[in-house]
Design a protein around this ligand. Structure first.
Ligand SMILES: NC(=O)c1ccc[n+]([C@@H]2O[C@H](COP(=O)([O-])OP(=O)(O)OC[C@H]3O[C@@H](n4cnc5c(N)ncnc54)[C@H](OP(=O)(O)O)[C@@H]3O)[C@@H](O)[C@H]2O)c1
Length: 287
């Protein structure tokens, strides 16, 4: 399998990365160091994960040249707008102890679902990110949790188009409309919680199809997204799981199985949605 997606500006994005959310709880940067040792070269962090210092330390201590590592961070929803995003970006660099990022994302399109000025805030954040990009402080800029209407609103005002959109995507929650839209705009899609944070690992249909191809359920879930041109950033804490998720055996998936898995009822959704309060979203969708 080719290891990279090529973004619209030519930057190579590793197809499989390591998600660091909660990965430093308890053990400091140990899991991140293990991920680097296992061969991961994309590390996904965010200001909101409060672990940029540990991630940066693990990178330095690994001895791997900085340019061989793809570092992603994100600005949190309470730091939207030009000035706040500028400050947040500089603070991320400082905590990571690096002078550039490979990818910087707006974590969520709105400070909260009721926000009235989110379009202006996103445009302000984006203007700051365009500056960093032009100054060479970040190699690619993008979005996270942006649905087509959020992206449309932003595209009206951009000089540089978003290169990546990171969305919750896994079997049972495939957000096909959002993925199709991103493809039409040449925005590379990357899946967060590609294993549904374990919620879909034991679904009988997943277990059955994984068995058919002789792979673990986690490997199947990751290969299923990669097959559709979607990047993945699974989090794992043991060397065995880290390796399992990175070293995917190659197998040809039958169209019928792909179709079955793309047409399942919704399952394993986190309950997080940019336009709906969390509780309301859970009630309305019955999860
Ligand atoms: N942009 C956003 O808004 C957003 C939101 C959420 C997450 N993210 C990013 O996406 C990354 C991944 O998502 P996530 O951490 O929510 O969930 P995930 O990667 O879907 O699932 C992680 C869980 O699956 C388990 N696991 C990993 N590999 C396994 C395997 N081979 N077999 C069995 N279990 C396995 C892990 O267990 P152990 O850890 O115990 O090994 C952990 O409990 C995050 O770390 C973060 O970087 C982004």
């Amino acid at each position: 399998m080719e290891k990279y997606f090529i973004l619209q500006n030519g930057v190579k994005l590793p197809k499989i990365g390591y998600g660091t959310y909660k990965s430093t709880d308890g053990g400091g940067g140990r899991a991140v160091s293990m991920a680097l040792e296992a061969g991961y070269r994309l590390l996904d962090t965010a200001a909101a994960y409060e672990n940029e210092e540990e991630v940066g330390r693990a990178v330095r201590e690994s001895g791997i040249p900085r340019e061989e590592i793809f570092l992603t961070s994100k600005v949190w929803k309470d730091k939207l707008g030009y000035e706040a995003t500028k400050k947040s970006f500089e603070e991320s660099l400082e905590r990571l102890q690096t002078d550039y990022l490979d990818l910087f994302l707006i974590h969520w399109p709105k400070p909260d679902p009721k926000s009235r000025d989110w379009k202006e805030l996103d445009r302000g954040s984006w203007a700051a990110m365009e500056e960093f990009y032009q100054q060479g402080k970040v190699r690619a800029i993008g979005l996270s949790n942006f649905l087509p209407h959020h992206i449309e609103a932003l595209l009206e005002a951009v000089k540089i188009r978003p290169m990546v959109n990171q969305l919750e995507l896994h079997v049972g929650y495939l957000q096909e409309a959002a993925v199709q839209y991103c493809r039409s705009q040449k925005i590379q899609v990357q899946a967060w919680s590609p294993l549904g944070r374990r919620r879909v690992l034991e679904e009988p249909v997943v277990v059955r199809v994984a068995e058919k191809y002789g792979v673990s359920p986690a490997q199947f879930l990751l290969a299923f997204l990669l097959e559709q041109g979607i990047g993945v950033i699974p989090k794992a804490s043991s060397m065995e799981r880290l390796r399992q998720n990175l070293e995917l055996p190659s197998f040809a998936m039958e169209q019928e199985d792909m179709s079955v898995l793309r047409c399942l009822p919704q399952m394993g959704w986190s309950g997080e949605h940019p336009d709906l309060p969390r509780v309301q979203a859970q009630k309305e969708l019955g999860v």
